[in-house]
Design a protein around this ligand. Structure first.
Ligand SMILES: [Zn+2]
Length: 221
């Protein structure tokens, strides 16, 4: 009897906080589950990106998703030459994996393939529509007076994300015990990465911040 009682109590004690924690997670989850409105660009948090690693045999796949704010400092479509150059440079930088992560030398990993894409949400078609409507309703009284305000509002509406995918082959994947993130040095707007690593032994999540800079893969590989 006593045992049952204790077990029941434990259950209550744990069920409560665990449950609310779960709810909390759901509310702030920036990932794919909440993509009802915009599946590609779910509500991201500026400063925070995600980095996924999957290790299978001697193949390693890595994927980075980061807000444009973190990588180039803006999220609207590049308009000026300077902005276009910034995006081209960022893509080139991301294409070199060593600018994002460095891996234990002993693992003998080589980059086979890298692809970088920039997704911009809500530009072009939709925005043009909105602009026209806005002009119609406000058009006659204030002519061109509020350029700055308009620009700001538009920049806030638009979001962009860089998606980078890397495929590597490692001669000794079991020796991949550490991943460091030069990413933070190279991309000044980035503050943290939610890292998830799936290895042959287990799966683990890490929160890597600018200060931490690296993770230990002990027990995963
Ligand atoms: Zn954004």
């Amino acid at each position: 009897m006593k045992r049952y009682f204790v077990a029941g109590l434990m259950c209550l004690m744990f069920a409560g906080p665990a449950f609310s924690k779960d709810n909390h997670k759901h509310k702030h989850g920036h990932k794919h589950k909440h993509g009802e409105k915009h599946r590609q660009l779910s509500a991201h948090e500026h400063g925070s990106g995600s980095f996924n690693v999957a290790i299978e045999g001697n193949k390693v796949a890595m994927e980075l998703e980061a807000p444009g704010a973190d990588i180039v400092g803006f999220e609207h479509k590049a308009r000026t030459k300077k902005q276009k150059v910034a995006i081209a440079k960022a893509k080139a930088k991301l294409k070199k994996l060593a600018n994002v992560v460095t891996l234990s030398d002993a693992a003998g990993c080589e980059l086979e393939k890298a692809s970088i894409e920039l997704h911009i949400e809500g530009e072009d078609a939709h925005d043009h529509g909105k602009k026209k409507k806005a002009k119609h309703s406000h058009g006659h009284k204030h002519k061109h007076g509020h350029k700055h305000g308009k620009k700001k509002a538009k920049a806030e509406e638009t979001h962009s994300e860089f998606h980078a995918e890397y495929q590597l082959t490692c001669s000794s994947p079991e020796k991949l015990v550490e991943i460091a993130f030069p990413y933070f040095k190279n991309f000044k707007g980035a503050e943290e990465l939610e890292v998830s690593v799936a290895g042959p032994k287990s799966q683990k999540k890490f929160e890597v911040e600018r200060k931490t800079g690296k993770i230990d893969l002990g027990g995963i590989i």
